[in-house]
Design a protein around this ligand. Structure first.
Ligand code: ADP
Length: 307
């Protein structure tokens, strides 16, 4: 049996507007790479050059591996080497990409052949290290790739292959994000919502699913409309309204906050002028005196063993 395995897992965007805590989409904007190496000393250690916790109890990959060692009663120690590309804390599923790569790498290292749902469940355990609670939208996308719908109690992940012409423009603003950003941004969401708002969100969420089934980027993008979470969170992103307005003026079908933010994501298709949309988003942020990095990307496949 190999003593070392390397897995790459993609970034992801959660929610897609009205699909709060339910929808996820893997995107090929960034990838995390995790190498697991068996060691004689029976403990879990983390090596990384990136600015993330190296205590396994506070690192999503560390939590996943510790939990899997316990669950599958493996006898070795594990050294986790993390090469991060997904920026941490910007709503691009950074903590989830590490967790997803770690879960699949452990599965491959010990040839466990775990099924998709269990892999997602085990990767989701890692999210405790970042968000403080288990949630599966980003990890499901990062493990499985494509578009995912997550149901819980019991966990059930439905995957749909996205249209090949779907494209996204993402603007990652250069902001100092709070340590417990996901917790903070969950705190501003209303506890109660009106029936009329829930009807608007439900109808748009249903249309997003229909858009993925019909392989129709325009139907997906036009349905990225969220009247519940986005209005409550947008004040946390300087220039959000302008970024959104500009992207739509430049031809994007729909724009929303990526996950818990602060990245903003515009949905479009391959034949559109994607550079124009990205430049328009950049201008929107510049209006609020905020620099940003823009990336044009497409849906990604899930976590993959590369060595
Ligand atoms: P994101 O959407 O980027 O995952 P979160 O706020 O959910 O944003 O998670 C980022 C937080 O998780 C940061 O505080 C970071 O220090 C912590 N974290 C723990 N382990 C990791 C990891 N392996 N990769 C990225 N972030 C991690």
């Amino acid at each position: 049996m190999a003593s070392s395995v390397t897995v790459r897992a993609p970034s992801s965007t959660a929610n897609l507007g009205p699909g709060f805590d339910v929808f996820g989409l893997a995107v090929d904007a960034f990838f995390d790479e995790i190498t697991l190496t068996k060691t004689k000393e029976k403990k879990v250690t983390i090596t990384t050059k990136d600015n993330i916790p190296t205590n396994p109890n506070h690192n999503t990959a560390g939590l996943v591996i510790q939990n899997m060692i316990k669950k599958f009663r493996t006898k070795d120690g594990i050294q986790i080497t993390i090469k991060k590309e997904v920026p941490a804390g910007f709503g691009m599923g950074s903590s989830a990409a590490s967790a997803a790569a770690a879960a699949l790498a452990f599965d491959k290292l010990y040839r466990l052949n775990l099924d998709d749902n269990l892999l997602v469940e085990l990767a989701g355990f890692g999210e405790k290290a970042s968000a403080g609670s288990v949630h599966y939208d980003n990890v499901a996308a990062s493990v499985l790739g494509g578009f995912v719908i997550v149901r819980t109690d019991p966990l059930d992940v439905i995957k749909i292959d996205p249209p090949t012409s779907l494209r996204m423009c993402i603007a990652v603003p250069k902001l100092a994000v709070p340590k417990k950003k996901t917790k903070v941004s969950r705190g501003v969401i209303p506890k109660k919502i009106s029936l009329s708002d829930s009807i608007i969100n439900l109808s748009n969420a249903a249309a997003i699913v229909a858009g993925f089934m019909r392989k129709d980027p325009e139907m997906i993008g036009n349905s990225i409309r969220d009247v519940i979470v986005e209005p409550a969170r947008q004040h946390m992103i300087p220039g959000f309204a302008k970024v959104k307005y500009n992207a739509i003026e430049a031809g994007a079908f729909g724009v929303t906050i990526s996950g818990a933010g602060p990245s903003v994501i515009a949905f479009s298709k391959s034949s559109a002028n994607l550079k124009k949309i990205s430049a328009a988003m950049e201008k929107g942020f510049a209006h609020a005196k905020t620099d940003c990095l823009t990336v044009i990307c497409k849906p990604s496949k899930g976590a993959t063993k590369i060595r």
